[in-house]
Design a binder for this molecule. Structure first.
Ligand SMILES: Cc1ncc(COP(=O)(O)O)c(C=O)c1O
Length: 426
């Protein structure tokens, strides 16, 4: 088996676990994949990677799938890192970038996790998977399961965005609406494991979706010439994106692949004046953004806690952020704190406004989850917590047209027999 995984490791207590058999949680908490990075360093260089096709599988040595196994792929390419001068000017930033994940297959960053997890499930002989979803994960899982010839069961809250509801159905999954939240759907998946014989593909309840999400961080570093930005804004639900990126940065640093283009942060300690006591030289601050209607991580961060409490009456139109309790809460909070970052809350009432404002400024299809990030970013700039020349990257995790519920109800109507030009001139 040609791979570079050294072992699996329980995130809560460091217990070493074997690689190569199906794995879910350890003591109810997630599992890391660990690599022999010395062997990786000897086997591949950034120049080798640059010569490979532009898909996330170019980072093969830092992914768990053995070399002889074919990935289950839909050609998930590198997503563009777009400089946004117009939106930056509105926000008072000269170096604002959006990494546009809406351009991936199934229209969200969930493809990254699913290509890795379904590839691994197939390699491990899994024939049937199940998962709860608050939105995009269901469609992505169903698409990759279809591609792999694996059966897929999807459980989602009854008020999941309507497009998300039909995606898994379209891709041939058995999809169900549940009169509860994502944690209630997760319980159905857990309870059905023995009876239905499915593998639980829930966020962070298997180790490999995280590895796929990690490629956001690898790709970002490569696109920035193996440097990292000063600050990353990321919408946080279950937390795989944020945790995965931090893991990617740590692995790159250990490989010695990061160069020092942001010297201020490379110098001793954390040079950013706002980074607080912690933080890591050369690494970006992670700003975890949640919606005010569901902000368990922001609340725990503010209270200085490592584990988050269940957020009561969770509601937000940014459905991917409606995760009232996250099994990897301590991993999210550890990453934010290690980066010298923060967890912040965006206003629910401004989500629609920010979707339109950001999308119309740059032509990028901005999802509600990312709209929350822009609200947080605007307030942090105004408060002097983000400097005008910082290299800021905002992740646009999904495509706006999936969220009919967050878009305006109607457009102005034109009577073809008596056109009101003043309405058009507006
Ligand atoms: C568009 C979008 N953004 C962000 C998230 C949150 O993702 P994570 O699990 O990485 O916190 C989700 C999760 O469903 C999502 O669909």
């Amino acid at each position: 088996m040609a791979h570079f995984v050294s072992h699996l490791e329980a995130a809560i207590d460091g217990t070493v676990l074997p690689f190569g058999t199906v794995a879910n949680l350890h003591n109810g908490r997630p599992i890391w994949v660990r690599y022999d990075l010395d062997r990786v360093r000897g086997a591949v260089t950034p120049a080798d990677i640059a010569a490979r096709p532009p898909t996330l599988w170019r980072y093969r040595e830092l992914l768990p799938l053995p070399a002889e196994a074919e990935p289950v792929t839909l050609g998930e390419g590198m997503t563009p890192l777009l400089h946004c001068p117009r939106l930056g000017k509105q926000l008072g930033l000269s170096n604002l970038y959006v990494k546009d994940e809406s351009q991936l297959p199934t229209g969200s960053f969930k493809s990254r996790g699913m290509t890795a997890a379904v590839s691994m499930a197939k390699w491990l002989g899994v024939k049937r998977v199940a998962l709860p979803t608050a939105g995009n994960a269901g469609g992505a899982a169903a698409a990759y399961a279809a591609r792999a010839g694996i059966e897929c069961f999807v459980f989602m809250p009854h008020d999941t965005p309507v497009v998300n509801q039909f995606e898994p159905h379209l891709y041939g999954a058995k999809a169900f609406r549940v009169n509860g939240l994502i944690n209630d759907c997760g319980k159905i998946v857990k309870d059905g494991t023995d009876r239905m014989g499915w593998f639980d593909l829930s966020t962070l309840k298997e180790p490999y979706r995280l590895e796929g999400k990690k490629t956001m961080g690898l790709e970002l570093a490569e696109q920035m010439g193996w440097t990292l930005p000063d600050t990353i804004f990321y919408p946080t639900g279950g937390g795989t994106g944020l945790i995965g990126m931090w893991k990617a940065f740590a692995e790159l640093r250990e490989l010695g692949w990061l160069s020092s283009a942001n010297p201020e942060r490379q110098r001793g300690g954390n040079a950013h004046p706002l980074a607080g006591a912690q933080g890591s030289p050369g690494m970006p601050r992670l700003i975890s953004c949640q919606a005010e209607g569901c902000a368990p991580i922001a609340r725990a961060f503010e209270r200085g806690e490592r584990f988050a409490e269940l957020f009561p009456n969770a509601h937000t139109v940014a459905s991917g952020l409606r995760v009232p309790v996250a099994v990897g809460d301590f991993m999210i909070l550890d990453a934010i704190r290690a980066s010298g970052g923060t967890a912040e809350v965006g206003a629910e009432a401004r989500i629609g406004e920010w979707m339109r404002r950001a999308s119309s400024a740059e032509g990028i299809s901005v999802c509600p989850e990312t709209a929350v990030c822009f609200d947080v970013l605007e307030r942090m700039v105004a408060a002097g917590r983000v400097k005008p020349d910082e290299r800021v990257v905002v992740f646009n995790t999904g495509a706006a047209p999936k969220y009919l519920e967050a878009l305006p109800a109607d457009l102005p109507r034109i009577d073809k027999d008596g056109i009101d030009w003043s309405l058009i001139a507006g």
